[in-house]
Design a binder for this molecule. Structure first.
Ligand code: SIN
Length: 278
């Protein structure tokens, strides 16, 4: 197998791997721990193969809000039909940060993609953290942020296009709020990284509402620098795995008039530790 880094900050493509082969997993996992985003091209898999591959990482975390694949409640459908406007996941976010124990990672399998567009962008939260001044890092290191599913998947969002078209549902289950360190020590690599995101983080504790908003918006601007990013261009059959404790991602919504269908499996994580616990 050959491992080809995608950018200087994160991401790698592994050539010659087959997610169905148990003997390939150690190499895939080591690359995942190092690069945070792993792309595996042209995988010929069934939904059962997808689940079996995910279980090598750990137990499956069943998403409460995405429409499941028929007959596979553990696989979420990430879909935009050609007549729909909004893409699920089109704003920068970290999957499941609203859970007390956020997901380790997500495994996305491309089933149908537009002829051009529909790429996914990723950010290295370790690189973003390391590029902050030492004063800013020191300020952030002992802070805690609150994350929530309510304003994204809850009943107040029931008139969104994604809810009306059945792509998202189960709004009454959006009751998760969680507190996490603003700077975490990564459970696999020990690397420090920012752990706040524009979609699910509601505020930083201990700051005024206005102060929290100023700090978060400055961090969000900083994190979006191209220097911290990589981009995945999809073909049907491709699989990308990303580490939710080390990255943000965003589905680029630039393919109106075409259908894009992905299957996503999310893997359970571990409780997050801040800097002092390192
Ligand atoms: C997601 O946000 O999990 C989906 C990303 C994508 O569709 O590219």
């Amino acid at each position: 197998m050959d491992i080809l880094p995608l950018t200087g900050s994160l991401g790698a493509e592994i050539i010659g791997a087959d997610v169905r082969r148990a003997e390939d997993f150690d190499t895939i996992f080591a690359a995942f721990a190092k690069y945070s985003v792993i792309v595996l091209r042209g995988q010929t898999i069934t939904p059962d193969d997808h689940l079996a591959f995910a279980r090598r990482f750990g137990p499956i975390n069943v998403n409460r809000f995405f429409k499941p694949v028929d007959g596979y409640p553990e696989i979420a459908t990430v879909l935009k039909e050609k007549d729909q406007k909004a893409a699920v996941g089109e704003d920068w976010h970290t999957d499941h940060s609203y859970d007390q124990v956020p997901a380790l990672g997500s495994i996305l399998h491309a089933i149908e993609v537009p002829p051009v567009g529909g790429d996914t962008l990723f950010v290295s939260m370790g690189a973003a953290y390391e590029a902050l001044s030492s004063v800013m890092r020191g300020f952030l290191e002992n802070l805690t942020a609150v994350h929530s599913s309510r304003h994204v998947f809850g009943v107040t969002t029931s008139d969104s296009e994604a809810a009306r078209t059945g792509r998202l549902g189960n709004a009454e289950a959006a009751t998760q709020d969680a507190r996490h360190p603003v700077v975490l020590t990564h459970p696999l690599s020990g690397r420090r990284g920012l752990y706040v995101n524009p979609v699910f983080t509601t505020h930083i504790e201990g700051l005024s509402e206005a102060g929290s908003a100023v700090v978060l918006s400055a961090l969000y601007r900083h994190c979006q620098k191209p220097e911290f990013q990589c981009r995945v261009r999809w073909q049907p059959g491709d699989i990308t795995i990303w580490d939710n404790r080390a990255t943000w991602h965003k589905a680029i919504n630039d393919y109106h008039g075409y259908r894009r269908l992905m299957h996503r499996v999310t893997v359970e994580g571990v409780p997050l530790a801040g800097v002092l616990a390192a």
